[in-house]
Design a protein around this ligand. Structure first.
Ligand code: BGP
Length: 470
């Protein structure tokens, strides 16, 4: 048994990490345009200039053999103030990109929202904790679905929807409130975070409802980041804590997207901490009737918890601390190496993740992000000998295949993060994931020329052989 013949091989990106042209084509201001830039990092103004170079980039993706490309929209390019007039020029840009992909036999995979928000909405309503966002979202979704539902087969509403609950992180700044949360009242913040996540569930269901209406054949998915949590030792208390963290971090969200309701455990937790989400008339039905057909997820690293992991009595604090644990500030796993950014390198974890998700939900899965972010420079032959990337991906794909062939997981695709070098989520150009090198640094735009790395030929061969030859 091998991978399906129609297996999806490709790459994922987001609008703000690639497009640039932030003040062109009628685009409105987004929260990223006003986000303070850290000393030494890039800003989002040019990114990799995909807005002007999409034809060249899509031709390269086709040469790489990709049959799917996952991208997102800048909300403020489609509706500059978030809820008013539609910007036809912006919509047309996305239509051109979609048509270009189709012309190259690349399936467009659309993520409506990847952490960006029109700044006008942020200033008016604060963020996703405010239900006004749901109404504005419905307008965006109607426009996009009516325009693209017959061209785009794969749809997800949000990138890493479970991260909405990760209070205190930079991401929440971008997603849930639009500005740094005030220190202090944990419960108030939790209430906001739960409200934001609840509104994101309603928004997801709204997307699926409109897709069903316009093109019932469209694949209606959901997306989370999934990180297996390992107990540091076999003390039952540590094991319990690890399981609870995984529950709080990922399953609380997937339960709603797949079953259309919160688990009993979450309802009890919400009640205990005074965070029960507010349901209006029709919400329950909306969630129940518009669940996801497939689960997609990002996989980068795994984490370790010990009995001493703080805040054991406050599950919300626990889930927040998970992000920090995954991304570097955690207990070391003595069995694993870490990247330059301190993320564990754990190929076996991808098999564990696939099994956990498939056994619990029995839905088709798509790995939507995976990859190695590393500092790189062009050599004198205008390439990068990135054997470490080949090794990283080879080991992950081997374990992924075991999940399919030996464990029977229904996996439909594997997309790497950043098939071309792009800005990192924090706005760093020095953290590169691509098979294609982009000639710019954090602070010097240079000529933005594209060069193939060694891994380009390797990934092309993997795709050509449908993962048989790694
Ligand atoms: C995910 C996000 C992406 C992305 C990726 C890699 O969490 O979906 O936006 O950038 O992680 O993270 P980073 O860019 O920080 O290395």
């Amino acid at each position: 048994m091998t991978l399906r013949k129609d297996f999806l091989w490709g790459g994922s990106v987001s609008a703000m990490q690639t497009e640039g042209a932030v003040a062109e084509g009628g685009k409105g201001l987004s929260n990223y345009d006003v986000k303070p830039v850290k000393e030494g990092d890039a800003d989002w103004k040019v990114a990799i200039d995909f807005y002007h170079r999409y034809k060249e980039d899509i031709a390269l993706f086709a040469e790489l053999g990709m049959n799917v490309y996952r991208f997102s929209l800048y909300w403020s390019r489609v509706i500059p103030d978030g809820e008013g007039e539609v910007n036809e020029e912006g919509l047309q840009f996305y239509e051109n990109v979609i048509d270009e992909m189709i012309a190259h036999n690349i399936e467009p995979f659309l993520c409506i929202n990847h952490f960006d928000m029109p700044q006008a909405l942020v200033e008016k309503y604060g963020g996703w904790h405010n239900r006004h966002f749901v109404a504005a979202w419905e307008k965006l979704v109607k426009v996009v679905v009516e325009r693209f539902a017959h061209k785009v087969k794969y749809w997800i509403p949000f990138n890493e929807q479970n991260v909405f609950l990760a209070l205190g992180s930079d991401l929440l700044w971008a997603m849930a409130s639009g500005k740094p949360l005030s220190e202090g009242d944990i419960l108030a913040s939790d209430r906001q975070a739960v409200a934001a996540v609840h509104h994101s569930h309603l928004a997801s269901a709204i997307l699926r409802k409109h897709l069903k209406r316009v093109n019932p054949q469209a694949k209606r998915g959901c997306m989370v980041t999934f990180a297996p949590v390992y107990p540091r030792d076999c003390d039952p208390e540590t094991v319990r804590k690890a399981a609870m963290l995984e529950e709080m971090y990922s399953h609380f969200c997937l339960d709603v997207m797949i079953h259309g309701e919160y688990s009993e455990g979450m309802k009890t937790m919400f009640a205990k901490y005074g965070c029960t989400p507010v349901f209006e008339d029709g919400d329950e039905k909306l969630l129940k009737e518009n669940t996801a057909d497939f689960i997609s997820f990002s996989y980068y690293a795994t984490s370790v918890v010990s009995k001493d992991t703080p805040d054991e009595n406050n599950p919300f604090a626990l889930s927040k601390s998970l992000l920090a644990m995954v991304f570097g500030k955690q207990e070391k796993n003595p069995y694993l190496e870490v990247t330059q950014w301190g993320w564990t390198i754990d190929p076996i974890g991808i098999r564990t993740a696939l099994n956990t998700l498939y056994r619990r939900y029995r839905k088709p899965l798509i790995i939507l992000e995976c990859g190695l972010g590393i500092k790189e420079e062009l050599n004198e032959n205008n390439t990068v000998e990135d054997d470490y990337r080949i090794d990283f991906l080879r080991r992950h794909i081997e374990e992924m295949k075991k999940a399919v062939v030996l464990d029977g997981v229904d996996l439909r695709g594997f997309l790497t993060w950043g098939p071309i070098d792009i800005l990192s989520s924090q706005g760093e150009m020095r953290k590169r994931y691509g098979f294609i090198y982009v000639n710019r640094t954090d602070t010097d735009l240079k000529d933005l020329a594209r060069y193939k790395k060694k891994s380009f030929g390797w990934y092309r061969h993997v795709i050509d052989t449908n993962g048989e030859e790694l």
